[in-house]
Design a binder for this molecule. Sequence first.
Ligand code: ZN
Ligand code: ZN
Length: 338
Amino acid sequence: MHANQLLTPAPLVDNPLRWAETDRPEPGPGQILMEVVACGVCRSNLHMIEGDWVDGGVPAISPIVPGHEVTGRVAALGEGVTEFAVGDPVGVQPLWWTCEECEFCTTGREQLCHQRIITGEHVDGGYGQFMLAHAAHTYAVPEALDLVEAAPLFCPGITAYGAVDKLDVGPGSVVAVFGLGGVGHMAVQMAVLTGAEVVAVGRTQAHLDVALELGAARSVDSTDPDAMAAIAGTADAVLTFAGSDAVTAQALQTLKWGGTLVNGVPIKLDEFHFNTGQTIKGSLLGNRDQMRTVLQLAAEGKIRTVVERFSMEQAEQALERLAAGSLRSRAVLVNEHE
Ligand SMILES: [Zn+2]
Ligand SMILES: [Zn+2]
């Protein structure tokens, strides 16, 4: 098999990935060998590849195959795996394994498991032709879904669903979404499903246009001070998926007193006033039940992804486009035979 391997993290200009021949892994007990059809390209892949997370111990192995929003078909089953059959369409999200025993795993918050193993960061991920998965964290992909278009459901989809699920909003509420990349586009749709009026806020016209196509009631150009002033204090909830201090400040300005900000990226706050009664909640992915709900929503046609296809060997080109901000939506790497 071939895969995009990262040997040493380095800036993209130094071509840190190599399309290498490697041994096809054998599934151990409880594991599945997946023939990868598609893998979404996440900004967190870029962080790892360029070495931003080396101090935090990521990547945990070398070489490593990045990629954590993966779809494919079951190619082989390890001992004891009975819930899947060879040929089944399946997907894997960033949570590759969790302990199933800790306080988080036993209360439906396994994404917070301190022993969690992350796909493509601690073990090889989906930027290749085959990948190992754990049956307990492998999902059946409904037949109605195209495996390439389904790939981003496994990171942007679950991230957006997990964030919106933390809100108490519905008809009559206003939800503003900041950061209209792969996750933001999914969050717009999840927020629309609650019945809330959704305001998409961003600086890229193409992203704002997609948000309107996906059901946002209004779009606001974040570089227009008058337009931003007009929405100050109007949102019952704000979601932010853009990791810049300027965007965080705009998101807080847009939030009503008593409202809730959910962040799916790290944010920095100079000051946070208690007397506005506002709440900030961090949100990471979602649990397995939520992931299955996301797949169901997509199968019912209630949400959809917007993807730009690249061949699996073009991983670096896709990452360069992501770094340059020139993708309309989610880049997805696709193995040739598809
Ligand atoms: Zn991701
Ligand atoms: Zn655990």
